[in-house]
Design a protein around this ligand. Structure first.
Ligand code: G4P
Length: 525
């Protein structure tokens, strides 16, 4: 198959949701369709259950699972589908953000009873920033749900994206009858209890008298009324608007009962984008270019204590990646060859000879890679990653075992390269400050330092409100600011200036007083 056909048949995407909305269940059902797994329950949820934050075994288990389920590739109806897994726990939201830099589209799962939840809001912000095409799957219709019009309104308001329903539910909960597919006018009746069975939808116009025999008089009338309203208020589906990230098609179903999932998948492979051009600092890289380029979006420490190497996950952006070929590691300006790159088909890892744009490969790494690094056939090119956002929780990290200070330094360095947390160095006293989104990351760091590097750390509380990057052309004001805030300044890992205010009040005061200083809330400015 030509490079062009290989690219066009690829769909690389992530499923995102607030925890418990049904991401794992939906992933599993999609894999069942692709024949990648054969029984339900094969995909383990990689979420850490609420309240289990001190359960280190759980953290380790979760890490094991997330290596094997990081990328799930399968074939379906001629398409090569790559699902990129994202962590369910909110403390690892940065991980999810990074994964979103490697996908061409996203499916958002929303719980039909709960509507839009906080985690979905944050993730959608990133999708909007990157103009990622989004399909919405409203899940759990087998339970009492909110009114579908209200749900669409809520999505439009909270997620700030126009919606267009491509299917429509008929009742919910105990009375749930099924969904009407507005895209190809067919009715899919809900059979309930059999979680493995896939119903064959029947092509039927909603005005047909036969509708009554399927869903009853009352529901037929309601459906007609609903569809009339839909036709009035929603425009016709336009794929270009979806591809531009301006409108999200919406499907309704029940992932648990494998209901509405096939419709979602069939439409997905038709409308979702194949690998798209990627913006690099120097130029836009087109996937159809002959020469290989790719970037590292995730690094995973090896689970096996005897092999402490790591796996760097590379998204291929253009050309063909080949095994045992020299590629340029742009940042190190060094040629590297990979003898056993792995692909992730059917949730098992295997050595791959060739990989194409949209594919993710795992490269064994002994410390060469950092998140965001570019590999190329020789061109000095740098892909833009996602900016770091300010952490929300800060701690001084101290050495608790003076004999292991080297190990601690190495451990901290490598864990930060993996993107586990952000590290700042106080310019006042050189102390190291770790910034995270949540407390669970601190536990992971402590646990991994001990188990992987033999180092012990101790946390000391520190009250910072945010990490804010700052720059200014006004040298006088900059010097004055630095003199006054001397205890609250730090460098990030790239040596850039960071201000660590105690409170939002202090930040506001600084912005007011030092009007020539620019304060930046993400690391990209
Ligand atoms: P997540 O990955 O988004 O966190 O959610 P996950 O798929 O793990 O689903 C969360 C819970 O919701 C699970 O129940 C799952 O069975 C249930 N669920 C998912 N989809 C549906 C659906 O369409 N209908 C109904 N009724 N339930 C659904 P659990 O009891 O937390 O876990 P488990 O013991 O069933 O694994």
């Amino acid at each position: 198959m030509s490079l062009s056909s290989e690219i066009k048949r690829r769909r690389t995407f992530a499923i995102v949701s607030h925890p418990d909305a049904g991401k794992t269940t939906l992933t599993e059902k999609l894999l069942l369709f692709g024949g990648a797994i054969h029984v339900a329950g094969a995909v383990k949820s990689n979420k850490i259950k609420r309240g289990a934050t001190s359960d280190f075994m759980e953290i380790e288990r979760q890490r094991g699972i997330s290596v094997s389920t990081s990328v799930m590739g399968f074939e379906y109806e001629g398409a090569k589908i790559n699902i990129l897994d994202t962590p369910g726990h909110q403390d690892f939201v940065e991980d999810t953000f990074r994964t979103l830099t490697a996908v061409d589209s996203v499916i958002v799962v929303i719980d039909a009873a709960k509507g839009v939840e906080i985690q979905t809001l944050r993730l959608m912000q990133v999708c909007r920033m990157r103009k990622t095409p989004v399909i919405v799957f409203i899940n759990k219709l087998d339970r009492e749900s909110q009114d579908p019009f209200d749900l669409l309104d809520e999505i439009e308001k909270k997620l700030e994206i126009a919606t267009i329903p491509l299917s429509w539910p008929i009742e919910s909960g105990m009375r749930f009858k099924g969904v009407y597919n507005l895209y190809n006018n067919s009715l899919n009746l809900f059979a309930g209890t059999d979680k493995q069975r896939v119903n064959e939808p029947e092509n039927i116009d909603y005005n047909s008298p036969k509708m009554v025999t399927h869903i009853g008089q009352k529901n037929t009338l309601q459906l007609k009324e609903d569809i009339e309203v839909i036709n009035e208020i929603y425009t016709d589906f336009n794929r270009d608007d979806y591809l531009a990230g301006m409108v999200s098609p919406v499907f309704f179903g029940s992932a648990l009962f494998n209901f509405g999932v096939k419709e979602l998948l069939d439409t997905f492979i038709k409308i979702a984008p194949h690998p798209q051009p990627v913006q690099a600092v120097e130029r836009i890289v087109d996937p159809f270019e002959e020469k290989f380029t790719g970037f590292v979006f995730k690094i995973h420490a090896n689970m096996d204590p005897n092999h402490r190497d790591r796996i760097a996950f590379v998204k291929i952006c253009s050309g063909v990646f080949q095994r045992n070929t020299n590629y340029l590691h742009v940042k190190l300006n060094k040629k590297l060859k990979f003898s056993n790159p792995t692909s992730f088909m059917a949730s098992k890892k295997e050595v791959v000879d060739d990989a194409y744009p949209g594919d993710i490969i795992g490269l064994y790494d002994s410390g060469n890679f950092k998140i965001g690094d570019t590999l190329s056939s020789g061109e000095m090119i740098h892909f833009k990653g996602l900016p770091s956002f300010s952490p929300e929780l800060f701690r001084f990290i101290e050495n608790a075992d003076p004999l292991k200070s080297k190990q601690l330094a190495k451990g901290i360095d490598q864990l930060m390269d993996e993107g586990v947390a952000q590290l700042f160095t106080s310019t006042f006293n050189g102390r190291k400050i770790v910034g995270t989104v949540g407390a669970l990351q601190l536990e992971v760091i402590e646990y991994r330092l001990l188990n992987e590097y033999g180092a012990q750390c101790r946390w000391e509380p520190v009250q910072f409100f945010k990490a804010v990057w700052f720059t200014s052309e006004n040298i006088e004001q900059l010097t004055d600011f630095k003199n006054r805030k001397v205890r609250q300044l730090a460098f990030d890992k790239h040596g850039r200036n960071v201000f660590l205010p105690d409170s939002s009040y202090e930040l506001d005061m600084a912005r007011e007083k030092f009007s020539d200083i620019q304060f930046h809330f993400t690391s990209e400015f």
